[in-house]
Ligand binder design. Sequence first.
Ligand code: OAD
Length: 229
Amino acid sequence: MKGSLRAVFLTGAGVSAESGVPTFRGEGGLWRNFRPEELATPGAFKKDPWLVWQWYDWRRKILSGVRPNAGHRALSEIEKEKGAEGCTLITQNVDGLHQGAGSTNVLELHGSIWRLRCVLCAAAAENREVGLEEIPRCACGGLLRPAVVWFGEQLPEEVITAAVEAAGKADFMMVIGTSGVVQPAASLAVRAKENGAYVVEVNTEATPLTSIMDVTLQGRAGDILPLLL
Ligand code: OAD
């Protein structure tokens, strides 16, 4: 992992599972128990913003009590060793745990659950309050929403542009704890592979991306990633 090789790490909910954060699919996954169209779409927020907020407030409460795990910490150590320039972490997670572990070069493809954005004036700010009693409002009077990407929404332009560029230039890409079914995140691994990167998957199960991998490491991110150090 040393030297001038450009490394990209693409992470999903599995990297936070060992911190106690529920994943989306699979046993106990959020989408097994909740309907995304009722909670994670612009239409859902328009129809019932308080219901959507109660769900996000519940998730924020869980997240406020968890800590980065050995997998997050290993990725942060690798960035320190290699230097942030040559080491890009692209995450689909909105939980902020990579930054909590010390990673700095992080592209949050799906936004952050800790940032709120006004639906009227688009002003955005960090906010870590939990236990909401009403829908938070912007100084302009507009409703605030979590600054995450909902189904049917575009990814933040500058973030996806940077992620596509990093994937295209990668010499090495490691895909960690993602089911690889959500686009465009999953296509970043394909892009890296097509551009000559050595691609490695870390997952407890096989995924639709497994077949393009040079190496598959089956197991938990928190057990496998520290071995890279
Ligand atoms: P998923 O819940 O779809 O997939 C989690 C993956 O992590 C699965 O492939 C598991 O096998 C694997 N896994 C579970 N525990 C693990 C562990 N300890 N170590 C390694 N792997 C483990 O989560 P994502 O792929 O992140 O999007 O889901 C992608 C997107 O779908 C999310 O960002 C979210 C969701 O809808 C939005 O909300 C826009």
